[in-house]
Design a protein around this ligand. Structure first.
Ligand SMILES: Nc1ncnc2c1ncn2[C@@H]1O[C@H](COP(=O)(O)OP(=O)(O)O)[C@@H](O)[C@H]1O
Ligand SMILES: [Mg+2]
Length: 371
């Protein structure tokens, strides 16, 4: 359907390779300095690093919004410099902060923009756009609305849908979730990981947030001042074997960050200290979590406090199997009872666990750093 780069893709995804790539801007600034790098087909590569170290410049050279001054970039088997510029740009999805939607087009038409440029008929493009809305976790009825009528998180999802509309093999994302609040951000990250399991694109994602990098990346590229690469590695290796003090400082509290890599599937949880209006727990000497008729967390009951009296809000739950172990720590620390609250994807409370659940992850980390 799309550009020639798609035709060269065997299974819909291609490697993106930087060969000694540099960018010197007309004012003399060296934005990117001699970068060698492979972003693997079908994987999420995250560019991370402090501001001004060449992440955006590197990303924009892939779709030639910025032209390299040295070296070359290969997209699959093709030298990007040899491809038609506008064809290349349409063949690569691009998502930016605040989504960058067209304000005067409704959501369906925003998503249908590139397919229509590529010759897909309006009705067909709109039908596909509605399907894409569902794929990014939005109700297709939002399609008739305008960007200003959507929340920041919803707009960002539309931005992802729009970037995927032409089924590009490569998706570039420049700090796409940086402007949304932390809870919505976690949702968007989970959604991207879920989506990627289906679509298997070559995703190159820029962030300055190490936690976000660790959550999303198959491969992390740490950039440093001067536009060079300090270290390119798996999240695990970066946390356990930083090559120098800069990387060690930038990765920060790597022990806690390690918990972002550990999953929560199969974590043992207990329903013992749950309390409903009808069948309350018998442990009135302990903190209990009150759940409503829909089995959602209503709030905490102090020891001895009867059901139906004022509750202490439950500030943080974790989606078992989807959220990382780090969320268990947050949930437990933010709970007056010291219990983390496990819910399913719909927010239904499944049970409670305490921070002893973190012990296996902590032991695993200790083994890694002591090798
Ligand atoms: N158009 C430009 N002209 C001159 N210098 C630029 C231009 N764009 C970016 N730079 C400089 O190049 C360096 C890398 O910028 P950028 O890639 O945007 O960094 P990052 O995305 O990591 O914050 C910075 O020093 C920045 O000031
Ligand atoms: Mg940038």
């Amino acid at each position: 359907m799309t550009a020639k780069i798609l035709a060269s893709a065997h299974d819909g995804a291609v490697d993106v390779v930087f060969e000694k790539v540099s960018k010197r801007f007309p004012d003399g600034t060296l934005g990117v300095d001699n970068v060698d790098l492979t972003c693997d087909a079908g994987r999420i590569t995250v560019f991370v690093g402090p501001s001004g170290c060449g992440k955006t410049t590197s990303l924009r050279m892939i779709n030639r919004m910025i032209e390299p001054t040295d070296g070359r970039i290969l997209i699959g088997d093709n030298d990007a410099a040899g491809l038609n510029e506008s064809e290349l740009r349409r063949g690569i999805g691009y998502v930016i902060q605040n989504a960058g939607l067209f304000p005067h087009r409704n959501i369906l038409d925003n998503i249908a923009t590139v397919p229509m440029l590529l010759g897909v008929r309006r009705n067909a493009a709109r039908l596909e756009a509605a399907e894409l809305l569902e794929r990014v976790g939005l109700d297709p009825s939002l399609g008739r609305k305008y960007p200003y009528q959507l929340s920041g998180g919803q707009q960002q999802r539309v931005g992802v849908a729009r970037a995927l509309a032409a089924n590009p093999p490569v998706l570039l994302m420049d700090e796409p979730f940086s402007a949304v609040d932390p809870v919505v951000r976690l949702d968007l990250q989970n959604e991207l990981l879920r989506l990627q399991r289906d679509i298997g694109k070559t995703i190159i994602f820029v962030t300055h947030d190490m936690d976000e990098a660790i959550r999303l990346a198959d491969h992390i590229v740490v950039f440093q001042k001067g536009g060079t690469i300090a270290q390119a590695d798996t999240p695990e290796k970066l946390l356990t074997q930083p090559v120098n003090a800069f990387v060690r400082d930038f990765t920060g509290d790597s022990g806690v960050k390690w918990l972002s890599l550990m999953g929560t599937a199969g974590l043992s949880i207990s329903r013992e200290f749950l309390s409903t209006a009808h069948s309350g727990s018998t442990h009135t000497d302990r903190w209990r979590l009150a759940v409503d008729e829909a089995n959602r967390a209503a709030g905490w009951l102090r020891p001895g406090q009867p059901h139906g009296t004022e509750l202490i809000p439950c500030r943080r739950t974790f989606v078992i199997g989807a959220d990382p172990m780090r969320s268990v720590l947050d949930s437990a620390l933010l709970s007056p009872a010291g219990y983390a609250v496990a819910v399913d994807a719909d927010g239904v409370v499944l049970g409670l666990t305490d921070i002893s659940a973190l012990e296996p992850s902590i032991s695993a980390h200790r083994e890694r750093v002591n090798v």
